[in-house]
Design a protein around this ligand. Structure first.
Ligand SMILES: Cc1cc2nc3c(=O)[nH]c(=O)nc-3n(C[C@H](O)[C@H](O)[C@H](O)COP(=O)(O)OP(=O)(O)OC[C@H]3O[C@@H](n4cnc5c(N)ncnc54)[C@H](O)[C@@H]3O)c2cc1C
Length: 387
């Protein structure tokens, strides 16, 4: 399994690095402080052709898969986790649209995304079913050439900022059961849709997470993705791998930046009374080694999962399920350790390390949550159905 970046991916990573240094990093503190959607990051990614990452090459995209998404979100999150989350959710939404796009959907959505003119995102979660995002209660009813969509989505990343939203609903059939669900693309500004007040998160404060109310909102039948009711296929074949790898990359980036902060403080902090640097303290050397090892192990698991997913390896599932939970655990642990190592400077209200801890905590509640993923990993390894 090839876990190394191809020349095409290396070029994309080099471009990502330039944008991160020039545009993303300088405004990362402000994104967190103001809870501001990172429009500057998303515009720079679009200008540089990065937002077309998963669009098929035949439509002008890069046709890149999970390894690219993981490496790019990691790189962005080292500077600004909210930017990585917004970019990642756009890529997941794009991959869902691209999976079974009709020629009309190619022209309406994927070509504008390939041209850097369209941002999309995923709106699955609802307050009624919470972490069980695969059980939407939003209703779908056919009315001529439209579907009427009724329900309320919550926590939509890029909410109110994207050009379209991939929305999940119950299938339209009267006898549809919970779990028979459909996805369709809802354009921004669709009649009878309304954004709710911004959700002010403890971390990931720039992701513009909001609720979306749809009250008999008319959506063209042509916007249905795949077949009405066949979305369990999408959950496991597209949403899960793309979402889990985008988030694993994001939290790996947070973990790496916590390691970097600890490294910098250990090398630079010197005591007046002895002239010794903090890195001369044995217990901190040991703690730092454990942090470094955790990041290296998590990165190895994530790249392995991504490479197996890209290669279509039938044994990829437990790797993919495990890596977001593992990256979340590592990010929370390392941000916590960095706060200990960096002392009072880090414990200051809204320090950079404090932000890492707040951002890392989102990993455990974003569904599939850490507990659900560990459960599903065990079930998949034991040959049991996941749900
Ligand atoms: C920063 C952020 C961004 C988000 N972005 C998006 C987005 O772009 N699109 C989107 O659709 N959603 C998004 N979400 C929503 C997210 O994916 C979850 O649906 C949501 O956070 C679940 O919240 P809840 O409070 O309803 O959880 P609850 O359902 O109340 O769950 C609470 C806890 O109980 C646990 N739990 C519940 N049932 C079980 C079980 N059977 N076994 C084990 N544990 C269980 C859960 O794992 C969780 O830890 C986002 C959330 C966050 C925090």
């Amino acid at each position: 399994m090839d876990r190394t970046a191809s020349p095409a991916l290396q070029a994309l990573l080099a471009k990502t690095g330039e944008i991160v240094d020039a545009v993303v990093a300088p405004q990362a503190g402000q994104v967190d402080r103001d809870g501001a959607w990172p429009a500057h990051s998303m515009a720079a990614f679009a200008r540089a052709g990065l937002t077309l990452l998963p669009v098929p090459q035949r439509l002008g995209g890069h046709g890149q898969g999970l390894l690219a998404l993981t490496m790019m979100t990691e790189m962005i999150a080292r500077a600004c986790p909210s930017s990585a989350l917004c970019f990642g959710m756009h890529c997941v939404g794009t991959a869902v649209i691209a999976a079974k796009a009709t020629p009309w959907q190619d022209e309406r959505y994927l070509r504008p995304i390939a041209a850097g003119r369209h941002i999309t995102t995923l709106a699955l979660s609802e307050s009624g079913t919470g972490a069980h995002f695969y059980l939407p209660e939003t209703q779908l009813a056919r009315s001529g050439e439209h579907y009427l969509v009724n329900g309320t989505k919550q926590f939509v990343t890029n909410g109110g900022q994207a050009d379209s939203y991939v929305v999940s609903t119950r299938a339209s059939a009267q006898d549809a059961e919970a779990g028979d669900f459909s996805c369709l693309v809802v354009d921004a500004g669709t009649a009878r849709t309304e954004w709710m007040a911004p959700w002010e998160g403890f971390g990931m404060r720039g992701n513009s997470s909001r609720g979306l109310r749809l009250d008999d909102a008319p959506v063209p039948v042509a916007n249905l993705l795949g077949e009405d009711g066949d979305q369990v296929w999408y959950v496991f074949e597209v949403v899960a791998p793309y979402f889990l790898m985008a988030m694993a990359g994001t939290y790996l980036g947070v973990a790496q930046s916590a390691l970097d902060a600890a490294d910098e403080h250990l090398r630079n902090r010197r005591y007046a009374h002895s002239g010794a640097a903090l890195r001369d303290v044995e217990v901190l050397q040991t703690r730092y080694a454990a942090m470094w090892t955790a990041v290296a192990k998590t990165r190895a698991l994530i790249y392995e999962a991504a490479a197996r997913g890209d290669a279509g390896d039938p044994a990829a599932l437990p790797f993919i399920l495990a890596c977001k939970a593992d990256a979340g655990d590592t990010a929370v642990q390392l941000a916590n350790d960095a706060m200990t190592i960096c002392g009072g400077a880090a414990y200051r209200d809204n320090s950079r390390v404090a932000q890492m801890l707040r951002d890392a905590r989102a990993s455990h509640v974003m569904s599939p949550t850490t507990d659900l993923l560990k459960l599903w990993t065990g079930r998949s390894l034991l040959g049991l159905p996941l749900l």
